[in-house]
Design a protein around this ligand. Structure first.
Ligand code: PLP
Length: 441
């Protein structure tokens, strides 16, 4: 089957075109961490460059042990034999969907790749809405109803995917929501796939306290929860391609392990050996990397909140971002004004207008599994840190990143764009650009 290339990359392409034409752009589309590689990780990767053997399919013993320690420190004691490493959490998630089979319940909105992967393996995803502020976790009652309904129609639904913390909303579902979803999953015998790749990027408040506590469904339904994570977000190593799965220490886990290793052995053989060596070091969480991640999450939080404030002042509603580098403003409160001023009535029309007229790249809710009439959009804030390594380092080191001239200029421009959007004279709608092949993050 064909899966079209996702919209994130398309927005990036379109922004690059605009840049080439000399248009001032606001890069809020692409979900990369936007930060440099820590020097110690460069050294670790260099040190591993002589490792040229394939190695075990599940990943090296050192990496699996280090990842087990990482989870252990988060209250989830882990046997290294239940860990499987792969070339990014994305292919691991795909292999899981393939191995579990049947259809999968997926949150709406949620990261674009779950639904795309589900279709790739021949499934029909069951989309279940989330509640505001509880991003990434389907509303438990709606999950129950949707799965029961699908089963009554003769469909097989075997799994549910949750994302804590969440992309696209930047929110963190609370303990009660996660507990209830785990309860529903147990009642309906669903495997829970818990994508926790943003777990270490919870924002910090002025007093230095975390702005949310992450609860994994593995706390409530350990026998059926598979956790995925990686280093693409906390250490900004997306291009290194490394991810890990924690399988449940149960009958379900053992069954999945055999199947997953079969898929892995036929597709990627083993993760890249030098990267595994570096990743094993990272998962031991030495002080210098913990410090780096602490600075990153402070920066993510400060900038995400400042951007959220600009949207709120413009008349949109925004759930308070508490982790990662995203927010998900909703222009529903100004729907009539958008329609009267611009003839805009759908999310893709709104994001198309923002791109064409103002060089502002964001993604409409429709890309994340929601209706195209929703006037919500995902805003990724991490590309505001700067377009050179020097600026990104400066952003990480800054006591007040909002005072850095390039970040300030982006925020001022955003204020100007949203002000102009909602106060301009009526004008024709400019259609959204044609999708160019791109991955969405
Ligand atoms: C929710 C979520 N899961 C997984 C990934 C991909 O991670 P990896 O680089 O480990 O494949 C992303 C990247 O955008 C993501 O946002």
């Amino acid at each position: 089957m064909t899966v079209t290339v996702s919209a994130t990359l398309a927005v990036n392409e379109a922004l690059n075109d605009k840049r080439r034409q000399g248009v001032r752009v606001l890069p809020l589309g692409f979900g990369e961490a936007g930060l440099p590689v820590h020097p110690v990780m460069r050294d670790q990767l260099t040190a591993g460059n002589g490792a040229n053997a394939y190695g075990p399919v599940a990943g090296s013993g050192a990496l699996r042990e280090a990842a087990a320690g990482y989870w252990g420190r988060r209250g989830l004691p882990t046997d290294p034999d239940t860990v499987i490493a792969g070339p990014g959490s994305k292919p691991l998630l795909y292999s899981l969907l393939l191995e579990i089979g049947g259809d999968t319940a997926i949150a709406a909105p949620s990261w674009v790749s779950y639904a795309a992967q589900s279709r790739l393996v021949g499934q029909r995803p069951v989309m279940v809405p989330t509640a505001t502020g509880q991003g990434g976790v389907p509303q438990p009652d709606l999950l129950h109803a949707a799965v029961t309904d699908a089963r009554e129609q003769g469909r097989t639904v075997n799994a549910v995917v949750v994302t804590v913390p969440d992309n696209p909303t930047g929110t963190v579902a609370d303990a009660e929501t996660v507990r209830r979803v785990a309860e529903v999953a147990r009642e309906l015998d669903l495997i829970i796939i818990s994508d926790e790749i943003y777990r270490d990027l919870v924002h910090v408040d002025a007093r230095g306290d975390d702005r949310a506590v992450v609860h994994s469904p593995a706390e409530y339904a350990p026998e059926r929860t598979v956790i995925s994570t990686g280093l693409s977000k906390n250490l900004a190593l997306g291009g290194w391609r490394i991810g890990v799965l924690r399988l449940p220490d149960s009958e379900i886990g053992r069954r999945l392990r055999g199947g997953l290793l079969g898929v892995a052995s036929e597709i990627w053989s083993s993760p890249a050996a030098p990267v595994q060596q570096a990743a094993a070091y990272a998962f031991t969480e030495p002080a210098e990397l913990r410090d780096h991640i602490d600075r990153s999450r402070r920066l993510h939080g400060t900038v995400a909140r400042a951007v959220a404030d600009v949207f709120t002042r413009s008349g949109a509603t925004v759930a308070d971002p508490r982790a990662a580098f995203y927010l998900y403003p909703d222009f529903e409160p100004v729907r009539e004004r958008l329609s009267a001023l611009h003839g805009v009535t759908t999310g893709p029309e709104l994001t198309g207008l923002l791109l064409e007229r103002y060089g502002m790249g964001v993604l409409p809710a429709a890309e994340f599994g929601e209706s195209s009439t929703a006037l919500r959009m995902r805003v990724a804030t991490s590309l505001l840190y700067g377009d050179s390594e020097e600026r990104r380092y400066a952003a990480l080191a800054a006591g007040d990143p909002l005072a850095l001239p390039w970040i300030r200029a982006h925020l001022d421009r955003l204020t100007e764009v949203l002000g102009s959007l909602l106060s301009e004279a009526p004008s024709a709608v400019i259609p959204a650009p044609k999708a160019v092949a791109q991955p969405v993050h």
